[in-house]
Every structure is written in structure tokens, then in C-alpha cells.
Design a binder for this molecule. Sequence first.
Ligand code: DAL
Ligand code: ZN
Length: 278
Amino acid sequence: MPKSRPLVRNPLFVFVPPIVLLALGFSLISQPGAFAPQHELVAQAINERRANQQPAQILPLAKFHQTRLATNQGGSDFVLVNKQRPLQPLNYKPVNLREIKSSKQLDNSRGLELSDQAATALERLATEMSAAGAGKLFVNSALRSFDYQQDLFKSKTAQYGLAGALIRSAKAGHSEHQTGLAVDVSVPAQGCAIMQCFGDTVGGKWLAANSWKFGFIIRYEEDTTSTTGYTYEPWHLRFVGLQLATEYSKSGMKTLEDFWGYPAAEFYLEEIDSSTSN
Ligand code: DAL
Ligand code: ZN
């Protein structure tokens, strides 16, 4: 009987396939935007913009995907926080904070803080606003901690009931104020402080028309509750940086959810779950 030869595998067959697979995997995940969530929503948003003959994004698509990834990061100017996109961790605290400087054009007598770049932008905005004769800004609210937001939500609930609180105030961990990128302002000399009629004042109109030039947007515009979950807040400015604010204002979009192609977030997921589980 011939001796059977021991089975010797060619090392090429053993090592090459896993190496090829690994290389393929790495090349795929290193593609820009490979992890960008919901590509189809981005494509849909872009197609809708085209169909409505709105100006197209000038960011190339790959860059748009990369930028959109930053909407998940609390420390990014692009972060998208809403009822369905809590900060992570929930008690997130930004690191680059500083007190907004008071001046002849800007009253921050409450000593409130914002992220460094948002504070600088607000100081410039206030100088221009005053020079334009649109009034002297007062800073009503800026950075809020998780605990502060929790107390605020409780006090709004006591004041307006749960449904009333939900459309006025975010739950802790879900507020833009916790990022250091949002600020509530008023012009005391013109009245309507932290009221919807602020939008009809000289100051409120100037902000709606000009705040993008300083990197801010009015985050909760009129008639956007079904997307943002909040009623009109003409006093709530959100810093997104000059490039994005410029793009956003050119795009004609009214919410960041629409701009980035994320789903509307009128309700918290737990509200939706509880209403469908009965
Ligand atoms: N008032 C806004 C929605 C907030 O509480 O963040
Ligand atoms: Zn606010």
C-alpha cells in the first residue's frame, strides 16, 4: 500500500485570502462618509432641494457626508441635538467655555458662558447690531448644565403642565444650551423679552435677517414645531459657524433636521413608544 502523504496546505491559500479581505475592509471603511448614517436621507434631501429649485449644497457630497458625521459630536459646531438625538453622554459638558464679555453694546450682567467661538461671534454680532441702530442686546440665558436644564424643565412643567413644558423646554441632555452653542437674547429697551412678539421688534427682525453673518441661525422658526418639537423662539440663537450658517441661510431651510436630512423630532421616542404600545 502506498503511504498516504500528509496534507500540506500551500501557505498562499492560508494567508492570502484573510489579508485580501482585511485590505478590502480597511479600504471600504476609510472611504469618506463610510459611516455616515442614513445616506439615502441625504440623497433624498438633495433631490428635494433640486426639485424645489433651491440652491444646491456647495459642499461636495463626500465633504458633506464627513461634515454630517460631526452632527453626532457634542463638541462640534455642527452638532444636531433634538428630542430624538440626546447628547452623549447625557450630562455632556463642553470644554472650551468662557464668559461672554459685556460691553457698551452687549449686556451680560448675569455672567453667562458660551463656547469660546460662539462668545466671540456674539460679541461681534452685538457690536454690528448696535451700530445698525437695532438695539443693545441682553443675554438672558446661554450655557446650561444638565442639572440646570432638569430643574428648568421641572419648573416649566409646574407652570404649564407637561404638554406645555414639552413644547417650550428640552429635557436635560436634549438641549442645545447644554452644548454652549445656544444663547437666548433680548433687547430690553424694545420689550417682548423671551416672548414670541420679540420677532416683530426691530432687534428681533435684525437678528432674523443678519445673525447668519456671524455664524448663528434662529433655530426654532415659526411653524416648525412638527419638525423641531418646539414652538417659535425668535430669541434662541444657535451658533453653527459662518460656513454652515451661510449655507443654511442660502438653502432656504428652516430647520437643521431638514438641512441635514434627519427625521423630524417632534416627540421623544419614549412618547411615541408609549402612544403606540396601548
Ligand atoms: N427652549 C429650548 C428648546 C431648550 O430648552 O433648549
Ligand atoms: Zn434657548
